[in-house]
Write a protein that binds this ligand. Structure first.
Ligand SMILES: [Zn+2]
Length: 248
């Protein structure tokens, strides 16, 4: 499995695209979140494999407003293969509304099928060659973390929010954790911080931890210190930039 960090930024990052992760295996592409700038980040990869799945962690614009752009791209290019859009709650109404607002009438004209799937917390379902599980996380908007499994590799993608006990159960089973770390220290905001993530890495014996979705101030502090964070014992700590890849 190849992991491509299409974007590593928060909603209004000045220098980075919105956080979005592309999973590439032999049979296709699967996109984890698709915000304002994610469609443009994905397009250079389009066609190398078929985009089969888009997972939406929650319905904030920096996590799903790129979907209308991708859909109109596939409309213009006369796509025929179906695409699955999935989330922890039924995504259909919000996605159709967003596409229709961006391009009125487009949802009725598509030459390919958009299949909507709910991956409810607690369920484990298989489709598009992968195994999918979700768990609620604590965020301002209803949001879910996701575990994706392929063979003996699995990853956890937090989206936005602090892990709940259910999410911790998913995290414990994964080889790679991609987690948002909005601030340096814990705040009352419904986001995680770098300090918390480093503690969880040690407590939960994370093998690989990639931190994304930091705010501008946190990025500045890290840059000033030459990204000098101490890796928790036993954890490979990664601070990915847009375009970075990993292979498992
Ligand atoms: Zn959010």
């Amino acid at each position: 499995m190849k992991i491509i960090f299409l974007g590593t930024g928060e909603a209004s990052d000045k220098y980075r695209r919105n956080t979005s992760v592309l999973l590439e295996n032999d049979t296709g592409h699967h996109l984890l979140d698709c915000g304002f700038s994610s469609a443009h980040a994905y397009l250079p990869y389009d066609g190398k494999r078929k985009l089969k799945t888009i997972w939406i962690s929650h319905f904030h614009g920096d996590h799903f407003f790129g979907i209308p752009q991708l859909i109109v791209h596939y409309y213009m290019n006369r796509r025929e293969d179906p695409i699955t859009i999935c989330s922890g709650t039924d995504p259909q109404e919000k996605i159709i509304k967003a596409i229709d607002l961006a391009y009125p009438g487009l949802p009725e004209k598509l030459p390919f099928k958009v299949e909507f799937k709910t991956i409810a917390p607690g369920e484990s379902i298989s489709f598009n060659d992968l195994e999918w599980q979700s768990a609620p996380v604590s965020h301002a908007e209803s949001a879910c973390g996701l575990r994706v499994k392929s063979g003996d590799f699995s990853l956890y993608y937090s989206g936005d929010g602090k892990p709940t006990l259910e999410a911790v159960k998913l995290i414990k089973k994964c080889n790679l954790i991609i987690h948002e770390a909005y601030s340096m220290s814990p705040t009352k905001l419904s986001h995680s911080s770098i300090e918390e993530c480093l503690l969880w890495a040690e407590e939960l014996h994370m093998q690989n931890l990639a931190l994304v979705h930091m705010n501008g101030q946190t990025r500045e502090v890290l840059t000033a210190n030459k990204n000098d964070l101490t890796s928790p014992k036993g954890t490979h700590l990664i601070l990915p930039e847009d375009g970075d890849t990993m292979e498992f």
